[in-house]
Design a protein around this ligand. Structure first.
Ligand code: FAD
Length: 667
């Protein structure tokens, strides 16, 4: 058990200081079920003629950004939307496989708004803000109606009604899906709504543009500095408000299931300008990914959690069987360890728990597949029983594209041999701090989707990221940003304004500096080394000793980066090496903050597992007396090429009124 009487080691080592608490000031008082109705009513209106005079910049065209741009465009605001891909349809959201939750209770299996709210707060290990999560559950049903109206082809039952399946951490079926391509189909829905507004002239779309700086004038977010990735031109875009929907930063670990381009730059640049970063260490490590196969990979592949509806997870009981053909291992010699340890939830325990148990059985020497270092890092996900029960055709109809993907990557036929899976970095619960209105600590800067920290606490339940991104952007933001914009249009600003010029100059100087270093190491080699440090010390298990070591290693690496990185090419052309260099430079700063956050939180909760804080049977042990808060970090300064001052911690107390705090149990 942690000694909670001593000064926090982060403070003792001068790694951070503590500032005033931070508060969510926008959630109205009153019963939780009434808060959102009250807030919507209290939010001021903007009449349609005035909306045309208001400019909004949106960074991101994934589900969160695409939905926000389409909705605000439809609402009549002037919207500019940015993405670094060549089309909004390539946003990382396209990769989402398994489904999207909504409390529709179509199966009459006991679901309700309250149960979705309860499951999400419990799944997040009681580290999420109650008011936001209740609202998420409340608007979830609208999302499905909206997407069906757009023509999203959700799976249907034989009679034509929408089908559902289950995801981890719940005992009802509330996940709507489109085979294993839910994200793609939802994105096409959002994309066509977006393109309709582009055609209508309310939205201007900037593809292959990367936001490299936030423009803050008189304390308010008023625009962005972006680089045209094709010509290299640095552009200034100004507006009345800015929305970041720039996705998650899981690629700080180098290897993850995220799209290769996903990065933290938009969020980190805003953080450096005053937006607090909340719970940055909360990382989701997904249990069902294709295991790492060696040193050569730059990307990992998810096998959707939906597979755990029918696939059974096991390892051999005896270490000696680990290199045998799994089909030769008799039932009596198999350990279906999740079904054994958690009989109520079985294979559908939440991701943090399933991941940790996979690590445990592999650490015990019962993993399967090739040796990676001293251990085999894999467990079986076996469909033989489902194929016997349902028939191969039924399994293929549900999961066919996932099975094909597995076969193409591994060369094995999962209809015949059990799949091998192992946990991998997948999602970040941490992100920019936002209040109930989804506004950051910089007035006029709103954050939606995976880029913000809200709703999932210390662990996200499956199929709830799509729900959150679309709830945020189709239903919440349009109401709350309206309240902010009702005070505008704000005083016009010009591109010659000193703070705008300073933002632009800083981008130009940084670009020139990266190109001038002309060192000996590739950008990728730094990224890979950072990823190894993060995975080793800030991954599935964290300890005080390891985190202190990681902070030292990251500082050393960052110093070397700015001295010895080699960025080829020029500034005024398409230059992917330069793009990556800027992103890795930001990861090198974020990585340190993640470790400081993980170090200061001397408890285990959800995906944050501190070796020093566990129950007798190895489950996460929270310390609600000390850590029942959101950790919101303020950037204190740094020159951007090595040195960073100690960040300031602001605590937002979490108050649970509608849900009783309990030790989580899925047994
Ligand atoms: C393999 C995989 C499967 C998943 N499956 C599911 C699932 O079944 N259900 C579920 O609920 N969740 C799932 N998730 C999680 C979910 O897909 C993501 O959390 C969600 O799609 C994120 O959406 P987003 O709009 O916030 O960000 P993204 O889709 O990542 O979009 C980010 C956008 O921001 C833009 N951008 C970023 N930085 C900049 C910049 N500096 N300048 C300009 N543009 C920028 C990008 O170009 C992009 O358009 C899955 C995740 C993965 C990795």
């Amino acid at each position: 058990m942690t000694d909670t009487t001593t000064v926090n080691p982060g403070i003792a080592h001068g790694l951070y200081t503590e500032g005033d608490p931070v508060a969510d000031t926008k959630a109205p008082p009153g019963p939780i079920a009434d808060k959102w109705t009250t807030r919507k009513f209290e939010a001021a209106l903007v009449n349609p003629a005035n909306r045309r005079k208001l400019d909004v910049i949106i960074v991101g065209t994934g589900l969160a950004g695409g939905a926000a741009a389409a909705t605000l465009g439809e609402g009549g605001y002037n919207v500019k939307v940015f993405c670094f891909q060549d089309t909004p349809r390539r946003a990382h959201s396209i990769a989402a496989q398994g489904g999207i939750n909504a409390a529709k209770n179509y199966k009459e299996d006991g679901d309700s708004t309250y149960r979705l709210f309860y499951d999400t707060v419990k799944g997040g290990d009681y580290r999420a803000r109650e008011s936001n999560v209740y609202r998420l559950a409340e608007v979830s049903a609208n999302i499905i109606d909206q997407c069906v109206a757009q023509g999203v082809p959700f799976a249907r039952e034989y009679g034509g009604l929408l089908d559902n399946r289950s995801f981890g951490g719940v005992q009802v079926s509330r996940t709507f899906y489109a085979r294993g391509q839910t994200g793609q189909q939802l994105l096409i829905g959002a994309y066509q709504a977006l393109e309709r507004q582009v055609a209508a002239g309310t939205v201007e779309q900037y593809t292959r543009h990367e936001m490299l700086e936030l423009v803050v004038v008189d304390g308010k977010a008023r625009g962005i500095i972006a680089r045209d990735l094709v010509t290299g031109e640095i552009e200034t875009h100004l507006a009345d408000a800015v929305v970041l929907a720039s996705g998650g930063y899981g690629n700080v670990f180098y290897l993850s299931t995220n799209a290769m381009g996903s990065n933290v730059t938009a969020s980190w640049r805003a953080h450096r300008k005053g937006a607090y970063m909340a719970n940055p260490c909360y990382t989701q490590i997904h249990p069902t990914c294709i295991p790492v196969a060696g040193d050569h990979q730059s990307k990992l592949t998810l096998m959707s959690e939906s597979l755990r509806n029918d696939g059974r997870i096991w390892v051999p009981k005896n270490r000696d069987d680990c290199d045998k053909d799994p089909r030769q291992i008799p039932e009596a010699d198999r350990d279906y360890y999740l079904e054994r340890i958690y009989p109520s939830f079985g294979n559908l325990v939440p991701r943090d728990i399933a991941s940790r148990q996979a690590k445990n059985v592999c650490d015990e020497g019962r993993g399967v597949g090739p040796m990676v270092g001293d251990f085999r890092r894999g467990v079986y996900l076996d469909f033989s029983e489902a194929i016997d029960r349902l028939g191969k055709a039924a399994v293929e109809a549900k999961y066919g594209n996932l099975f094909d993907m597995y076969a193409q990557i591994t060369g094995e036929n999962p209809y015949e041999v059990p799949m091998r899976i192992y946990p991998a970095v997948h999602y970040v619960m941490g992100g920019l701090w936002v209040d109930y209105d989804l506004q950051s600590t910089i007035p006029g800067l709103f954050v939606t989707g995976e880029a913000n920290f809200s709703d999932h606490g210390a662990n996200r339940l499956g199929a709830s990221a799509l729900m959150q991104g679309l709830a945020d952007s189709y239903f919440v933001l349009p109401n709350t940003i309206r309240d902010y914009l009702s005070k505008g249009p704000f005083a016009p600003i010009s591109a010659d304004e000193p703070s705008v010029v300073a933002a632009r100059t800083s981008v130009e100087q940084r670009t020139a500096k990266l190109l001038a270093i002309n060192g000996e190491r590739s950008v990728d080699s730094f990224h890979k080394e950072l990823g190894n440090v993060m995975w080793e010390y800030c991954g599935m298990e964290r300890s005080e000793e390891g985190l202190l070591k990681a902070i030292d290693l990251i500082r050393g690496l960052r110093e070397e980066f700015w001295r010895n990185v080699r960025v080829l090419g020029a500034a005024d052309t398409l230059n992917q090496s330069l793009e990556k260099a800027g992103r890795v430079a930001d990861f090198l700063e974020l990585g340190e903050l993640m470790c400081i956050d993980a170090l200061h939180r001397r408890e285990s909760c959800g995906g944050h597992f501190r070796a020093e804080s566990q129950t007798e049977d190895g489950e996460a042990l929270r310390h609600d007396d000390e850590y029942l808060y959101v950790a919101a970090w303020e950037f204190e300064g740094g020159d951007g090429d090595g040195e960073m001052s100690a960040p300031v911690l602001h605590k937002e107390d979490l108050v649970y009124e509608a849900i009783e705090l309990k030790q989580r149990s899925y047994k």
